[in-house]
Design a protein around this ligand. Structure first.
Ligand code: ADP
Ligand code: MG
Length: 258
């Protein structure tokens, strides 16, 4: 398997109270085609910063060093045109709280239509067909009846399904899911995880799954990277990490989980 994403010695600093603070301190990992990699670690360990760096979505970072290659194209310091193309066609994101990513004033149809028009040039009937198809694929039942719904009229789980539909609209090669189930009830979490695992197979995507929940990692990931204080302290196949954790921090996480 060849890597579709290759991260090497990534370092990200922010300016805080006049001083530079390093949030990510030399992180390296690969994601192979079709693979699910979990980035796990406690809050503040640098998971989101690492994820956002992959497509330069860290507007206010003071310094970004190292290399992030998406299919052999360097993303760090890349031109806006390339970054927009990769964000539009290749790498999609879903985040923890769908309410902040959906426009509260737009119906489902409009949210999806905008994305399809922008990235795929799809409008009118073709766009509507594609929207219904996407909503069906993410498990929204009777999608025709939901097209006119506003985000606040949906449950949290349905909103996350819509976010996933929007992420799929581009036909991405890599889906980055940053704590996508953290804000959801446990039963809904399980449904969303099941959906993501299913979509990963049917859509032939790779998945970078970010979570602080080891139970999720065990179910979904092929490989795990454990982050602590901006560094990956341990990485390996999921079964190996769970059976034989080497780093004291991983051992502590596992002990806390069981
Ligand atoms: P995680 O996703 O693992 O919870 P983050 O990647 O969001 O952690 O954050 C890592 C560190 O970087 C934290 O200390 C956080 O305060 C800092 N950080 C993240 N984003 C910014 C920002 N935009 N400006 C300043 N500091 C930030
Ligand atoms: Mg985060």
């Amino acid at each position: 398997m060849s890597a579709i994403l290759q991260v090497r010695d990534l370092k990200v600093s922010f300016r805080q109270d006049g001083a530079l603070t390093q949030a990510v301190k030399g992180v390296s990992f690969d994601i192979a085609a079709g693979e699910t990699v979990a980035l796990v670690g406690e809050s503040g360990s640098g998971k989101s910063v690492t994820a956002l760096s992959t497509v330069s979505l860290l507007g206010d970072a003071a310094r970004v060093e190292g290399s992030v290659r998406y299919r052999d194209q360097e993303m760090i310091g890349a031109e806006d045109r390339l970054l927009r193309k990769v964000r539009g066609n290749d790498i999609s994101f879903i985040f923890q709280e769908p309410m902040t990513s959906l426009n509260p004033l737009h119906t489902l149809e409009k949210q999806l239509a905008e994305s399809l028009a922008l990235h795929q040039g799809l409008v009118g009937e073709a766009a509507r067909d594609r929207i219904l198809d996407l909503l069906t694929r993410v498990g929204i039942r009777d999608p025709e009846t939901r097209l006119g719904a506003y985000p606040h009229q949906l449950s949290g789980g349905q909103r996350q399904r819509v976010m996933i539909a929007m992420a799929l609209a581009n036909g991405p090669d890599l889906l980055i899911a940053d704590e996508p189930t953290t804000a959801l009830d446990v039963t809904i979490q399980a449904q969303i995880l099941h959906l993501l695992a299913e979509l990963k197979r049917s859509e032939n995507m790779s998945l970078l799954f970010i979570t602080h929940d080891l139970g999720i990692v065990r179910r979904i990931a092929d490989r795990v990277c454990v982050m602590k204080n901006g560094e990956i302290v341990e990485a390996g196949p999921t079964a190996e990490i769970f059976a034989n954790p080497q780093h004291p921090y991983t051992q502590m996480l596992l002990a806390a989980e069981s």
